[in-house]
Design a protein around this ligand. Sequence first.
Ligand code: ADP
Length: 578
Amino acid sequence: MICSFLDAFHLNHLQRKIVLVVVLIILIPMVVTSTFSASWIATRMDASIHRWITEAAEVDRNWLATVNQNGRLFADVLNEVTHGQPRFAAGRSPIPSRLQPMARQMGITLVQVFDPGGRQIYSSPKATLDTSWTKGQSEAVLKVSTGDKTMLAAVNVLRYPRNQARHYRVVLGTLFDKELLGRLDHLSGLKTRLFYPRDGDFAKAFSEEGRPLKLRLPPAAFEQLKRQQPYYSDSAENGRYWGLYTPVADSNGRVEAVLFSGLAHHRGDTLITDQTFLIVLIIILGGVLAGVTGLLLSRLIARPVEVLRDGVMRVASQDFRATLPVSWRDELGDLARAFNGMADSLREARDEQRREFQRDKIAALGELSLAMAHEIRTPIGVINTAAKLLDSAGVRGDREELQQVIRTESVRLDQLLKDFQQLARHRKPEFSRIDPREPLERALQLMLAGHDDIRVQRRYTHDDLRISADPELVQQAWANLVRNAIEAMGDKGELLVGSAVEDEELVLYLQDSGPGIPPELMTRLFEPFYTTKSHGSGLGLTIATTLVEASGGRLELVPETRSGARFAMRFAIVEAHQ
Ligand code: ADP
């Protein structure tokens, strides 16, 4: 997938490698870091939101606490003023008229009296309590109906007289409606809800649905609330809020209400605390960053390398005019400069080599022409003189002798030209697996015809080993060597031929019983046109060397033989004959 993505950028191999390496180098640490940082960010964000909600919810909590406190304070004042014995009468307020303004000031907007039978004998304003307090409860949040309006009241429940079974109850409360919660929302910046006790549960005050909605929390959360500890959830109210449920307890420690302060999840808000999302986000950002860095790097490094490669390829294909732009001011620029210098030197060297080769060719041609002219001039001179003498020679015997001289010199000229042809004509060798003694034996057979007094001794030891060579070329080379041997020995003598295996090579040799070769001549022997013979061309050994080498072998003169000259040919052993 990555490769097909990289295809879109038309990157070469080197650039792809750079991009992949950079992506790996950046991405792996990034994945590791992102995992840790995402978890850190999520935890920190969660903790910050929790802390903020807890602090902001103080406003809600304080309001209810103030209401309760005011109720308690006023109850104390009432006790003080009435010496713990307010006067109760049906339809009359138990609060003396001088305390009424104070009650209003302290937000006491509900006053009710219940006689010992539990009947309501006074209520201001006219209101019935839809929910009731439980036994022993001194403060409570109750649902109240005033005419057609339903409100909540945070109340203090006072008993008169205090410690008697039959007692009046005075309810001092603060009425509040939905708008108050709205104002709290505004103050705290949070969504405020109030849950009041109802039928053993907590019901949502002023629920929009018109019917009491139960507070739904996990059992452990209720336990926590009962212990008067707030409960925090990052997916409160069906996952719509980060929310804090704060229990509101009366002076006896009973939970009289639960306040909910929540921060609504808006679309995308929760992502900041979602670890998986953060990891994926960081990886994607890291991947893009790594990819772009890789591409830039690859362009920066690989592009000059590509230019260098093109230059080197051109030089490799003998185009020495290749030059590189020296626009980089770095090591690559140095490299380009060095490369241009090298290409210049190579071009000059090549030109010089060509000129030298031309000069050598002309010199060699001159030498060869000179040698040829020298070789040809002698027989032609002889033929010319013989022809002139032939005109004036009257005696029959003399004429025959002169004619013989002309024939001999013509044959020599012919042989000379054949040698030249042989040297010039390069037949493509045709290799075959052969027994190396075969070309040698055929050459002996041909060259020794008519030389009955020359004996041949054979010492072949190579058994059935074979070489790969062109048998005709090798035979021709042996023929030249045998002719030299015969010329060195004269009509009588002995030839020793044989074979040996040395250094995994097969060596074949020919030794004659002639005078041998003086050490001082040994180095010159293989030079073209070098001869010690009056009629020699000096090309025999040169031709033999060329033919053997064309057949994949080597021709050498074996020094230090006791008698005669010994020449050897070396060939690689192919395999044994099957
Ligand atoms: P050419 O036979 O025409 O002289 P070659 O190149 O064949 O040319 O030989 C060069 C010289 O090497 C000969 O002139 C001779 O002096 C010497 N030479 C070659 N083979 C032998 C040999 N078997 N014994 C002595 N001298 C030899």
